[in-house]
Each structure stands twice: as C-alpha cells, then as structure tokens.
Design a protein around this ligand. Structure first.
Ligand code: 5GP
Ligand code: ZN
Length: 120
C-alpha cells in the first residue's frame, strides 16, 4: 500500500468503486470516465508504479490471466476488446499504480497518434 495512491485506496476500500472482479492478487473495477461502452481497469492489489517497477512474474501472470475473466464478466469475451497498459509520460499515464485497461463494446479503429503533442 502506497499512502497517497488512488488505486491503493480503491483496493483498500477507502475510495468506492464499481467492482467487477476480485481475487487474492487483483481487483477489477469500472473506469470512472469510460472511453468505451466497456472500460474496466484491472490492478494488482500490491502497489507497483508501472510495468517497469520490478513486478514479479507471478503478479504479471495473475494480472494478465484475469483479463479474459473480466472480459467474460463484462460481456466482451466473444466480440473482442482492447487491453492497454500505459507506462510513463509519453503514454499519458495518470495514475502511478500498474493497471490494465480493458476497452470494448464498440468496433474500434486502429491506434492513431492524431493530435499527439509530440512528433516522432
Ligand atoms: P492511465 O491514464 O493512468 O492509464 O489511466 C488511469 C485511469 O483511471 C483513467 O482512465 C481514469 O479515468 C481512471 N480513474 C481516475 N480516477 C479514478 C477513480 O477515482 N475511480 C475510477 N474508477 N477510475 C479512475
Ligand atoms: Zn498503489
């Protein structure tokens, strides 16, 4: 638990969330500002700043294994969905607690960098 981390507070139940799934390792809850009809976040219960924060393989495995389970619960397992893990400033990561976005419920286009502030 990191004291001033929003997602640690959600894991601890100090900040309410719309819970989708929970086990010993992970919590999944709906994003507060959904960018698709289905927009759910999966977080490890243990605090890691991001994917590059020496995350043990077991935690990563459990996190990714949870993705299809959450997709089933959200009704997008058959239709497909997109998983996103933002890492660092160029990705626009805003919450520094490792999380996987599950986005679905709509037929998406490919990634676009239109409107990006920084050119390659
Ligand atoms: P990031 O940009 O760091 O990859 O994603 C952080 C996500 O957390 C954003 O999609 C944002 O809408 C979501 N978020 C921020 N604050 C809250 C909150 O208090 N509750 C929930 N459920 N989601 C949040
Ligand atoms: Zn945290």
């Amino acid at each position: 638990m990191s004291d001033d981390c929003l997602f640690c507070k959600i894991v601890a139940g100090e900040i309410p969330s719309k819970k989708v799934y929970e086990d010993d390792f992970c919590l999944a809850f709906d994003d507060i500002e959904p960018e698709a009809p289905v927009h759910t976040l999966i977080v490890p219960k243990q605090h890691f700043n991001d994917l590059q924060d020496n995350v043990p393989a077991e935690v990563l495995g459990r996190l990714l294994a949870t993705v299809p389970e959450v997709a089933k619960l959200k009704g997008v397992y058959e239709s497909g969905y997109r998983c996103v893990i933002n890492i660092g400033p160029d990705s626009a990561q805003t919450v520094q607690h490792l999380h996987v976005h599950i986005l679905g419920g709509v037929r998406m286009g490919r990634f676009t960098f239109e409107g990006s502030a920084r050119q390659a």
